[in-house]
Design a protein around this ligand. Structure first.
Ligand SMILES: O=C(O)CCC(=O)C(=O)O
Ligand SMILES: [Fe+2]
Length: 714
């Protein structure tokens, strides 16, 4: 145990989360598992306690702010008070509130209050990412507390689903017989998501009656979660500016610092809207989270005949969107059904308060944006246009168009500057290296027509069936026990075609298409130096039914194509057993009617995903084969994913000789059919693992002049 760790005594007032966390990590790295667990958990507890205190005090002090703003002349109409007056108001509100808060918090947490329990933004981020659970998981594991270890792992994983190390760890826990299914529980999922999901599910099953309490709970929990989050925005945080800048001593400098702080609080509070609407593990929020919950509520209430509640909810929607046609219609309908007028009926009180408060904050933030040059990323789509200063509207509209949740796929650019492009009309560059967050990578579309994809898919299918007929059953994937894996080389395709087991058209197309990819890859990455195909492989991966539940492994683990990746150091060793002569890789996809199976690129740590590509017919992903392009394939959880994988080399001696052979075979006139039987006998495969074909050349050449047999390897 490292010296000087914080001492924990039950019942004592909370200590600073930052310090506890740092000590927890110290204990962890020293392998002192029990103190590490205790300190990390205490850090989280004290952080939560601080949050609760702030929330309570925040509510108590809200009145102060309200009073300050109520005094504002004309504060509810634009153009409002003159800028100077607004600034003074902001300042006064900020001061009153700060004083109230620090007194209240000191009362609850003891002298020094929140300042003593300072939480830096780094810690807040770490907690938001659920980082402590990653450490807890390992510490629990070391302490042989498997149930807790699995729960901590799960908790971390739901918020970090692309964390590959944790993915592997989860797979290990699932294989452990002593870990039960119930252990995989989320220790932190905010209750509003649980309620929201089950509410939606019930609605989907037409069970409005049962859905209603869950939907109502979801809405209330969403609002409560928002409050908790907002409470975390107050109190002494790390300041963005440093002391020097703040400490100019002048009155104006002080005002500016306080106003700046207040703006930060408001920005942080508005961020809570997006945070609450963001599911753990997702990177962007459900748009219009509150209004859409209200829409579902009014519809569900109407379905079960609660007309007055339907009215309250639809009136609440209208608070966000006063001009919403559907809501106005629904309102009319409910009124008509209700018959007599109900003057007492209005929007929900919780929503009315939320909207008013939001509008107040937005007004201040937009004001500050316009006059003080601060920034504000409005989390909402419903903000009335009148609130947004004229000068900012244009820019904001642009930003809105770039919101992640409604982004369009990038407009493909045509590669007009390539000399070979005339050969390949219709090919477009969909994503370049910058868009894929890397150096040498690209996604090109339009390499195949739908019909061509069909022919190649049929080829793969016929080849697999020819294999099955002769006792070759396909096999489990070398990468995953939950997938079947079939590979077809160009030479085998040609041989099968000669044998009549697959169509000649397919085998020919395979050759032609691989050459198409080579030309493009060379034109794009290596226009000055010729590239040769070194290996071409048509690969299908098929999800094995009944084995996909809670699958945690990958279809293809993270690797680089020409070197041995060491994720610990990020180094990639260009030495055997890697295929060191591969210089550029290409994967040309044939279909998209399967689940999962996206290709992804990671950082050299093999953990952090930097880009993903969804397969589809005619899409080529091309990239350099080295350590700069670690990549993998997510599990294929349903259906069959087929792609043509190709590797190119600068080294002529590693050129794919089978390609030439296949070409010759397909050009030769057909020979008699008598050989067919012999072939089928040889089909059953012992070890079909794909290997570079050059080493296997000998046998085929021996048979020159005679119809070559289908070889065993594939
Ligand atoms: O199928 C893919 O998307 C990639 C396959 C791959 O990386 C490989 O075979 O080396
Ligand atoms: Fe690869």
């Amino acid at each position: 145990e490292p010296p000087g760790l914080a001492t924990l005594s039950p019942g004592a007032p909370p200590q600073a989360p930052d310090l506890l966390y740092a000590d927890g990590l110290r204990a962890y790295s020293a392998g002192a598992w029990a103190p590490a667990v205790a300190l990390l958990r205490e850090a989280m507890r004290s952080y939560a306690e601080l949050g609760r205190t702030r929330q309570d005090c925040g509510e108590r002090c809200a009145a102060e702010l309200g009073a300050a703003l109520r005094d504002a002349p004309g504060s509810d109409s634009r153009p409002g008070p003159a800028p100077r007056a607004w600034e003074r108001l902001l300042l006064r509100a900020a001061l009153r509130r700060a004083e109230c808060l620090s007194q209240c918090v000191a009362q609850r947490l003891g002298p020094g209050g929140a300042a003593r329990l300072r939480v830096g933004s780094a810690l807040r981020d770490a907690f938001r990412r659920r980082e402590p659970y990653n450490y807890l998981q390992r510490a629990y594991y070391q302490l042989k507390k498997l149930d807790l270890a699995a729960a901590a792992a799960h908790t971390f994983f739901v918020a970090n689903p692309t964390h590959l190390q944790m993915r592997e760890d989860m797979a290990k826990y699932r294989r452990m017989s002593r870990v039960r299914q119930q252990s995989f529980r989320d220790l932190e999922t905010p209750p509003h998501w649980a309620a929201y999901d089950s509410g939606l599910e019930l609605l989907g099953r037409q069970e409005a009656e049962l859905a209603l309490p869950r939907l109502e709970e979801a809405l209330q929990e969403s609002l409560a979660q928002m409050e908790r989050c907002r409470a975390g925005c107050e109190g002494p945080e790390e300041h963005q500016r440093d002391e020097e800048e703040e400490g100019t001593g002048s009155q104006a400098g002080l005002y500016e610092a306080i106003a700046g702080h207040w703006i930060q609080v408001l920005q942080c509070r508005q961020r809570c809207v997006g945070d609450t609407a963001t599911r753990p593990g997702r990177s962007f929020p459900v748009p219009d989270f509150l209004p859409s919950q209200l829409r579902r509520l009014h519809e569900a209430h109407a379905q079960v005949g609660n007309l007055s509640q339907a009215m309250e909810n639809v009136l609440s929607v209208l608070l966000f969107y006063p001009e919403d046609e559907a809501a106005k219609e629904a309102l009319k309908r409910y009124q008509a059904q209700l018959g007599e007028p109900r003057p007492g009926l209005g929007p929900r009180e919780d929503i009315r308060r939320f909207v008013l408060r939001s509008l107040g904050e937005k007004r201040q933030l937009y004001y500050a944006m316009e006059h003080l040059g601060t920034s504000f990323k409005d989390p909402d789509l419903w903000t009335p246009a009148a609130f947004i200063p004229e000068t900012l509207r244009e820019k904001l509209r642009e930003d809105q168009e770039h919101r992640p949740w409604d982004h369009e796929p990038p407009q493909p650019k045509t590669l007009t500057n390539w000399k070979d492009v005339l050969l390949m009309e219709g090919v477009t560059l969909t994503q370049d290296a910058r868009q894929l967050n890397g150096s040498e990578r690209a996604v090109l579309d339009g390499l195949l027509t739908t019909a061509e994809c069909g022919v190649l898919l049929q080829l793969a299918k016929d080849a697999a069936e020819a294999g099955a007929r002769s006792g070759y059953r396909g096999r489990r994937s070398p990468h995953s026990p939950h997938e079947r894996f079939e590979g077809l080389t160009v030479l085998k395709a040609a041989q099968l075609a000669r044998a009549g087991a697959v169509g000649t058209q397919g085998a020919k197309l395979l050759l032609e298409v691989s050459e198409r990819v080579r030309t493009l890859t060379q034109a794009y990455f290596s226009p000055e130096r010729p590239l040769h195909l070194s290996f071409t492989h048509l690969v299908c991966r098929t999800a094995i039914e009944g084995e996909q539940e809670q699958r945690m492994d990958l279809s293809h683990p993270v690797h680089a194509d020409n070197c041995v990746l060491d994720p610990d150091t990020g180094e990639c060793w260009r030495e055997p057993p890697a295929y060191t002569y591969r210089d550029y890789s290409g994967v040309l996809y044939l279909n998209d009617d399967f689940q999962g199976g996206d290709l992804f690129f990671t950082e050299p740590n093999a953990l952090t995903v930097r880009a993903q590509v969804r397969p589809r017919c005619g899409r080529l992903v091309a990239f350099s084969s080295g350590g700069e392009n670690p990549h993998g394939v997510w599990a294929v959880t349903r259906g069959r994913r087929c792609a043509l994988a190709l590797w190119h080399t600068w080294a002529p001696e590693h050129r794919e000789q089978e390609w030439t052979e296949a070409k010759e075979l397909l050009q030769e006139p057909e020979e008699e059919e008598e050989e067919e039987e012999e072939e089928e006998e040889e089909m059953p495969s012992k070890d079909p693992s794909p290997e570079p074909p050059s080493r296997r050349l000998q046998r085929v050449q021996d048979k020159a002049g005679k119809l070559p047999r289908v070889r065993e390897e594939l």
